[in-house]
Design a protein around this ligand. Sequence first.
Ligand SMILES: [Mg+2]
Length: 367
Amino acid sequence: MTSPLDPVVESVHARAYRIPTPAPEADGTLEWDSTTIVVVHIRAGGVTGLGWTYCDAACVPLITGTLAPVVCGRPVLDVPAAWSAMRRCIRNLGRPGLASCALSAVDIALWDAAARVAGLPVARLLGRVHAEVALYGSGGFTSQSVPQLQAQLDTWVHRQQIPRVKIKIGECWGGEPERDLTRIRISRAVVGTGVELYVDANGGYTIGQARRVARHLEAADVRWFEEPVSSDDLAGLAELRGATTVDIAAGEYGYDLSYFARMLGSVDCLQIDVTRCGGYTEWRRVAALAAAANRDVSAHCAPNLSAHVALATPNFRHLEWFADHDRIESAFFDGALDPAGGQVVPDPAVAGHGLTLKPDIDRFATA
Ligand SMILES: [Mg+2]
């Protein structure tokens, strides 16, 4: 039975948008010229909840055809129950990949709707532990020219006062190691000594290459070596972790709790992507798993969504302010946060996560 105090989910809507990048972009192991975002809206009790994932438009029929029927009619405040029902219904599709991204977007929209029904920010509904969320500037694509790299780093550090930055290395699957080292030296020169400098190889190196690069990272006081080798090579990550003082990080392709449990012993900091792992519901379980192993977690991408659950995560280190997603989220959503100063504080007076889709983005819709 529906009561005004316990509204049920009335509808689930999904739409995909494809946004071209300003120029072709690349990291160590992938090139791209556009980004696809799948946006979910949920209606319940007179409010609209919003969620999204960065994935393929194939998520849309998965959400509207498979997940929506098991979510509609459920009390919107019982998000974990809806989450469990979604997880059960995708058993034969396989949890990782598209299915988990679709589930994540719906879960986030459900938490947003529940918080709006309760008249609370998402972070208050989850229960805050931090007053603000530390972040780092992330970009430094291998496709950039040196002046472009210098300009991006200069903007983050000197204009926006962000004290942590990350660049991509491992160019061409580790085929350009000298250029990688040159770009690290240039980056340190631009940001100066007081700023934390991180690198991400996106799994581009062999273990031997990664070991040799790590020596240069130590010399340049680089604190974070992300996916030095493939994140599927847990033994390689663990070996490297034992051979360097630089923190080893991975986890962005984690789609379920068991994946993170297997990875924990191989990394210093576990990265969680809230739009892949299973939304806020699974994020909190992954963070608890990491806490039990005395590890921090860091948010991978989707900065405006991650900020809210980060406030409620005790062992949270920092949030990746990824350049592509910053550009898209600022263009698509009213209420997007400003990374200036190196930390964000979601507005405590706004219900839900405080983000709404702008009306003028139809031209980016894929269908
Ligand atoms: Mg990465």
